[in-house]
Write a protein that binds this ligand. Structure first.
Ligand SMILES: Cc1cc2nc3c(=O)[nH]c(=O)nc-3n(C[C@H](O)[C@H](O)[C@H](O)COP(=O)(O)OP(=O)(O)OC[C@H]3O[C@@H](n4cnc5c(N)ncnc54)[C@H](O)[C@@H]3O)c2cc1C
Length: 310
């Protein structure tokens, strides 16, 4: 466990934004996490949870609450039932690699998604038709002083959402301690590794490792949630996995030419906002609002942020 005071938030997020955090506690195992959470809750000290920092926009004014930074932990394999249990701070990619090495089928499409397994469960992260909801067996949580296991159904997964994400919108906090996954079956480890490598190569063309960004800024749109009127102006061939890419709508409103200060829309991906060096959270919010208004004006569709504003 490590405690930093007056730390720069920009060093803890892939977007490179944010002011000063008065206290950051970095820890890894679920036992450490429980000890710290219990003590903060007993003392009624406010806190927020950070994991890989790949999907967050920290405020320019910094944070006065204690920031709990969950990083690392262990993976336990249960070979007989194609299951594994990981501490929430383990990198998703480490879990993916572990299953590929065992020749287990199911996680290969998630190759290259940055961040932790806990963060991925929180937002039901996904790619190429696979989401965490397809793999989660149970999730151990810390809920107001108590440890308990939630079933997949209890997690209330939806497109880029879960019970964890909804709860944090209110004062209640459900903290993910451990994640138990169950995979679909066994396959050929070499074939799975090759597929994973192909996906990583495609992703690296879109997201170069040095790019300061939080991934896709807005959620794609579920066709099932749009009205016939809204769908009228969308060409059928733009629909993928039952969704309309937010990138398509943004492209149509010329988002790629837009910027506010040092926050810019990438010229190769209209749903990617990046920090060119000295960007601020205020600029990111302003640019996001401009883009939302443009899409609303042209398509009558309201975009919703996938990133989390702290
Ligand atoms: C280059 C790039 C590419 C990306 N590609 C994809 C993609 O293809 N698909 C996709 O779905 N996402 C993608 N993302 C977004 C991001 O990687 C995922 O959302 C990721 O799962 C977030 O994990 P994290 O550990 O970084 O969470 P953080 O960003 O640290 O946190 C995100 C939210 O989760 C909460 N949280 C984190 N851990 C816990 C916990 N243990 N308990 C309770 N709450 C918790 C935090 O409070 C915060 O609100 C991408 C991001 C980047 C930068």
């Amino acid at each position: 466990m490590n405690i930093s005071t007056n730390a720069k938030l920009q060093d803890y997020s892939n977007f490179g934004l944010g002011g000063i955090a008065s206290k950051i506690i970095t820890l890894s195992t679920s036992d450490e996490l429980i000890n710290v959470l219990s003590s903060l809750e007993q003392n009624k000290e406010p806190y927020k949870i950070l994991a890989g920092g790949t999907n967050v926009v920290f405020p320019d004014e910094g944070l006065t609450e204690t920031l709990i930074h969950i990083k690392g932990g262990n993976i336990e394999i249960n070979n007989t039932d194609l299951g594994l249990t990981a501490d929430s701070g383990v990198l998703l990619m480490d879990v993916v690699r572990k299953t590929l090495g065992l020749g287990w089928v199911g996680m290969e499409n998630l190759s290259g998604i940055p961040g932790t397994i806990g963060g991925a469960v929180y937002g039901n992260a996904g790619a190429y038709g696979t989401e965490l909801k397809d793999l989660v067996d149970e999730v151990e949580i810390f809920d107001q002083g108590k440890r308990k296991w939630l079933s997949n159904t209890d997690c209330q997964f939806g497109y880029r959402t879960s019970v964890f994400k909804n709860h944090l919108r209110s004062d209640l906090k459900l903290i993910i301690l451990k994640v138990k996954l169950k995979l679909a079956g066994r396959g050929d480890a070499n074939e799975l590794k090759n597929k994973s490598q192909e996906i990583i190569q495609i992703r690296e063309q879109k997201y170069s490792p040095e790019l300061k960004c939080p991934g896709s800024y807005f959620k794609n749109l579920l066709v099932s949630e749009l009205t016939t009127e809204q769908l009228q102006s969308i060409p059928k061939d733009k629909i993928m996995f039952g969704k309309i890419p937010a990138g398509y709508l943004l492209e149509e409103v010329d988002a790629k030419s837009k910027s506010v200060g040092d926050i810019k829309v990438a010229d190769f991906h209209a749903n990617l906002l990046y920090n060119a060096g000295n960007g601020t959270a205020k600029q990111a919010r302003e640019l996001a609002e401009i883009l939302k208004q443009l899409v609303l004006g042209k398509f009558g569709i309201r975009l919703e942020e996938e990133v989390r504003y702290f």
